[in-house]
Design a protein around this ligand. Sequence first.
Ligand SMILES: Nc1ncnc2c1ncn2[C@@H]1O[C@H](COP(=O)(O)OP(=O)(O)OP(=O)(O)O)[C@@H](O)[C@H]1O
Ligand SMILES: [Mg+2]
Length: 262
Amino acid sequence: MAAEAARESHFEDYVVRTRKLTRIYQMGDTVLRALDGVDLDIKRGEYISIMGPSGSGKSTLFNMVGGLDKPTEGTVFINETDMAQLDAAELAWIRCRTVGYIFQTFNLIPVMTALENITLPMVFAGMSTDEQLQRGRALLERVGLGDRLHHRPSELSGGQQQRVAIARALANDPDIILADEPTANLDLRTGKEIIELLREMNEERGVTVISATHDLHMIDISDRIVWVRDGAIEKIEDRASIELTVGQVDWEEESGQAEESE
Ligand SMILES: Nc1ncnc2c1ncn2[C@@H]1O[C@H](COP(=O)(O)OP(=O)(O)OP(=O)(O)O)[C@@H](O)[C@H]1O
Ligand SMILES: [Mg+2]
C-alpha cells in the first residue's frame, strides 16, 4: 500500500516530461532539426527558464509542450498523459484548462476590454457568467489592474497588457504557464516587474512556470535553467549553480552586455 502510494506520488511529481522530442522542418532540400531528441522532466510547481541563442529551438519546444504543434518524433507527457494519444477535443481541453500561454507580443484581443479578455477562456471552459466576472475581477486586481477592468489593450501600456495576459493565462487555474519571451517587448524595469509577478503567481498558486527567455534577470528567480543550443539541451543548472551565474550576469550588466542575446 505504502509502496503503491510512493509510486503514485513519484509519477505525480512530473507535470511535463518529454522523451526524445524531435521536430524536423523540411524546407525544399534542406532538413532542419529544430529540436533533436530532447529529454526533459519538469516537476510540479517548478519555475523553469529555457535559455539559448536565437534559433536554438525554444519556441519550437514550447509549441510541442503546449500542444500547439506536433513532434516529428518522440513524446510529450502532460500530467503523465501522452499528448499524441489525445483526440482533437481532449487536446482542446488541455489547451484550455491545463496550460496558460503568455507571448512576447501579449496577443490580447484588441476589441475586448481587459476583463473580457480574461473571461473569454472561462467562457470556453463553461464557467457561469457570475463566476467569470468574479474571478476575472479578482485576477485583474491581483495583477494590479483593478482600476483598468474596462480598458482595451490599446488603452494600456505594454507592461499592463502583459499583466492582463498573465491574468488571462491563469483564468482556468492551469497546471502550467508557458511564457515565450514575456519580457522581450518591455523596458528593463517593467520586464523585471513582470518576472517578479510570474514568480509570485508560481509561489502563491503552485502553477508550474516554463519561460523561454533571453532575459538574464530570469536567472536568479528560476529553480532551474535549461540551456538549449541547436535543438538540444546543452546543460541544466539548478539553484546552487545558478547563484554562481548570477555573479557573472551582474558583471555583464555593468559592462552593458546583459541585454544582448547572442
Ligand atoms: N515553421 C517553421 N518552418 C521552418 N523552420 C522553422 C519553423 N519554425 C522554426 N523554424 C526554425 O527552427 C529553428 C528553431 O526556431 P525557434 O523559433 O524554436 O527558435 P528560438 O530559440 O525560439 O529563437 P528566438 O530566440 O529567436 O525566438 C530555427 O532555425 C528556425 O528557423
Ligand atoms: Mg522563440
